[in-house]
Every structure is written in structure tokens, then in C-alpha cells.
Design a protein around this ligand. Structure first.
Ligand code: HEM
Length: 365
């Protein structure tokens, strides 16, 4: 069984970029990913999180429209696993795709099936991940809070949280939005996993450290983070790692973001952007504008077509549905660079460029 193309595409971005390319994706055609291998990769990370739950800590704040979570560890391997897990599962949420993972709870099924109603912001912290998930739909908000509480329970108790039989038919928590996340019902047991009934639960701690944390330069900080992820990933193939490709891409980003001239012309369904520059900037515009269309999935709600011009590129962005007035005005409001930021893949894409798994697919260089 295969995923549909959009889901495959988003997963390919995430999974390639996470250094799992060789295991999860055949060399030719990143989109030929099998559901089983993807599930296996996701569950391999989940397993690591479960058996090392006592090295994790987590804080959850229920928001009126969602949830804010911080999941961290002092163990650098677990930091990477947390980050991989959040990025990998983000692809499912973004696509509204429920892969029916082992151990899924009703709340998790609900979250994934309502993924399109969720806005998910995931940010790497020094020791893990901060995730903010919000929704305009109250039922989805309740599911998010329920699932967040389930993860907290897994962090507290590991596999022990799986016991207690089948998951109750989890009516999503009807707790007031301001209530602290409550303990969820147990999740279903996954055969083959070792039991780690650690019971300690570290209270959430601040991420602040006595050591300075600022890298001084954003591209440098991005590269440093990628180096740490590559180092922590036992599957990293050093013969393919190419940080110069990442540096070149970051320079393209700098040129396009700060140095390109953009002229917008509203057209039926969206806008045409003439993006112009000279020398290196012109080449960067072409690389980014022409390759970006391949990252847009139909579920994004807009189309992106780009052609090279004498001074850069002309990009036409239109709402997929002719009656989607919100998208049409959003395209004009966000403009070229705002539209370029959309999608869930950008940071993982950097890892893909650096570890070589993007070569031949969406690599800009
Ligand atoms: C100790 C174990 C686990 C940890 C630390 C963990 C951590 C996380 C974190 C930090 C998120 C982002 C949402 C949030 O923070 O509330 C998340 C989401 C997710 N997790 Fe886990 N997880 C664990 C176990 C599992 C298991 C057993 C599964 C498989 C059924 C799973 C599948 C997912 C999926 C599909 C999402 C996306 C849904 C969403 O973002 O709300 N996780 N997990």
C-alpha cells in the first residue's frame, strides 16, 4: 500500500532530511516510499523515546485554542530523537494523514484526521522541542489537549502507561481550556517493546543554561545545529555529507530574502511576482523560484509556477480553488517571500541538503 503523492512528498522531505533516506527511501525517486518502512522508521524513534522516557521531561500548557508543549532531555541522543519524532509526525499532521501507527489512541487518530484544521509550530530548543498546536475547531482543540496529556503520561511512565488494557473510547477531554493537562487513559500495548516502568517524572525545567547560547550569526547557527543532528544520528553517511551545499543554499536564501527586488501584479486567482536581481542574486532567484514549485502540494491550496526571465524569475501563484477568496488575498498579502516561507519542510530541508539525501530531488545546488 502506498501513500498518495502529497503525503509521500511531505514525508519524503521530512524523512530524507532526517538522515533516514537510505533506509526509508529507494535511491531513485524519493516519492516511492512504502508505508511500512515509514511506519518502521517512525516507530523506531518512538521506541527510543519510550525506553528512555526517564531521560525526558515535558511541560504542557493548555491554551484556549490548543496546546503548548516543551519536551526536552539532557541526553543529546534523546534531544535528537525528540526532534526527529516531532518533525516526522509533523508531516502526518500537515497532510491530515493518519497512518494508523501502532499504539495510536483515539485522540491521536482524531488529531491526525483533523490535521488540516491544526496550525502546528515546532521550534527546536537547546534541549529538545517546543511545539504549539492550535485550531479554530473546539473538538480538535480538545483532541490536541488529550493527546498532549497522553504523551506526558508516556514521558512519566514509559511502557507502564500502555498497560490497563485498551484505550478507553477517549471522549476528548472536556476540561476547561485553562485546566492543566490531565492524565490520559492508558494507550494500547505494542507487542515487542521492552517494559521500562520508570516512574520518576522530572518537573519541567527552564531551558536556560549558565553557558552562553547565541551563535552570533544565523547561518552559522543553522549549520551548527545541522552538524549536531548529523553527529547524533548513527545512520549519517559521512561520504554524502556536504555542508558547503548547505552554506551555498543559505547564501541563496540571504540573497533572495534581502536583495531581490519584487514587483507584484495582482491577477485573477492570485498574483504574478517579477523577482529581479543582478549577478549572484539573479542566479539565486532562479534557483529558489524554479525549484520551490516542486515542494507545493495540492493540499496547500495554491499553485506555484515559475519561469526564468532575463533578470531573475517570474512566479505566478494562484489559489487552487477559484472561489477561495481568502487564499487569493493571502497570496497578495504575503507576497513572494511570505509565500516562500509556507510549508512545513524548510528546516528539515536544510538537513537534507547537508546530509546529501536531497541530491537529485529538490536540492538547489
Ligand atoms: C515517550 C514517548 C513519546 C514522546 C516523548 C512523544 C513526543 C511527542 C511530541 C513532543 C509531539 C508533538 C505534540 C506535543 O508535544 O503534544 C508528538 C506528536 C506525535 N506523536 Fe509522539 N511521543 C511519544 C510517543 C508516541 C507514540 C507511542 C506514538 C505512536 C502512536 C506517537 C506518535 C505521534 C504522532 C503521530 C504525533 C503527531 C500529533 C501531534 O503533533 O499532536 N508518539 N509526540
Amino acid at each position: 500500500m502506498r501513500f498518495d503523492r502529497q503525503v509521500l512528498h511531505r514525508l519524503a522531505w521530512s524523512v530524507c532530511a532526517l538522515g533516514l533516506g537510505a533506509a526509508a527511501l529507494p535511491a531513485q525517486g524519493r516519492s516511492m516510499m512504502h508505508r511500512d518502512s515509514t511506519t518502521a522508521e517512525v516507530m523506531q524513534v518512538v521506541h527510543q523515546l519510550m525506553v528512555n522516557h526517564d531521560k525526558l521531561r515535558r511541560s504542557v500548557v493548555n491554551l484556549p485554542n490548543g496546546v503548548r508543549t516543551v519536551t526536552e532531555s539532557d541526553d543529546s541522543t534523546m534531544v535528537t530523537q525528540i526532534q526527529r519524532h516531532v518533525i516526522m509526525t509533523g508531516a502526518f499532521v500537515a497532510a491530515g494523514h493518519d497512518p494508523n501507527l501502532p499504539m495510536s489512541t483515539p485522540a491521536l487518530h482524531g488529531v491526525l484526521q483533523n490535521g488540516k484544521k491544526i496550525v502546528r509550530r515546532a521550534q527546536v530548543t537547546t534541549k529538545g522541542m517546543e511545539v504549539v498546536e492550535t485550531s479554530d475547531d473546539p473538538a480538535t482543540v480538545a483532541l490536541l489537549q488529550q493527546h498532549a496529556a497522553e504523551i506526558t503520561e508516556l514521558v512519566k511512565r514509559g511502557m507502564a502507561a500502555m498497560h490497563g488494557g485498551a484505550m478507553a473510547a477517549a471522549e476528548p477531554a472536556a476540561a476547561p481550556a485553562s485546566a492543566p493537562a490531565s492524565a490520559p487513559s492508558a494507550m494500547q500495548h505494542m507487542p515487542g517493546m521492552t517494559h521500562q516502568p520508570g516512574m520518576t517524572h522530572e518537573p519541567p525545567t527552564a531551558t536556560a543554561s549558565a553557558r552562553p547560547t547565541r551563535a552570533g550569526q544565523e547561518a552559522f547557527a543553522t549549520i551548527a545545529e545541522i552538524v549536531r543532528l548529523l553527529d547524533a544520528d548513527p545512520t549519517t553517511d559521512w561520504s554524502k555529507v556536504d555542508l558547503e551545499a548547505l552554506r551555498a543554499h543559505l547564501r541563496d536564501m540571504d540573497d533572495v530574502t534581502l536583495r531581490a527586488e519584487v514587483r507584484m501584479t495582482p491577477v485573477e486567482g492570485g498574483a504574478v511576482f517579477d523577482v529581479q536581481g543582478t549577478g549572484r542574486v539573479r542566479e539565486a532567484i532562479r534557483r529558489m523560484a524554479l525549484s520551490h514549485g516542486a515542494t507545493i502540494a495540492p493540499s496547500d491550496g495554491f499553485t506555484w509556477t515559475a519561469v526564468s526571465t532575463a533578470t531573475g524569475a517570474r512566479v505566478t501563484i494562484r489559489a487552487t480553488r477559484t472561489d477561495d477568496r481568502t487564499m487569493q488575498s493571502r497570496i497578495r498579502a504575503l507576497g513572494f517571500v511570505g509565500m516562500l516561507t509556507l510549508g512545513d519542510h524548510h528546516t528539515v530541508h536544510h538537513l537534507g541538503i547537508a546530509n546529501g539525501s536531497m541530491r537529485g530531488s529538490h536540492q538547489h545546488h
